[in-house]
Design a protein around this ligand. Structure first.
Ligand code: SF4
Length: 81
């Protein structure tokens, strides 16, 4: 990416079921991809910092093997195979 290009930022909140409800700033690379996720600077709790697990959300969201729909478990054969 061009280092001088202005990065667009989206505003969101951590989707984890956690009472902290951290405010997030998300790098918007284009219409379909996100970059790094940061803690919101304007929020006193996050103050620009977020845990590594959430900061690297793009790795998970855009992983080529990410499941995009629920899978159905097949019943095993009666002989245990
Ligand atoms: S980033 Fe961590 S502490 Fe903050 S809401 Fe998400 S899970 Fe909770």
């Amino acid at each position: 990416m061009n280092q001088h290009a202005k990065l667009r930022i989206g505003y969101s909140a951590c989707p984890h079921d956690c009472p902290s409800t951290c405010a997030l700033e998300v790098e918007l690379l284009d219409g379909k991809r996100i970059g790094r996720v940061h803690g919101a600077k304007a929020n006193s709790y996050t103050s620009g910092v977020i845990r590594a697990k959430v900061a690297r959300y793009a790795d998970r969201v855009h992983h080529p093997e990410r499941l995009l729909k629920p899978l159905v478990r097949l019943a095993s054969a009666p002989d245990g195979c």
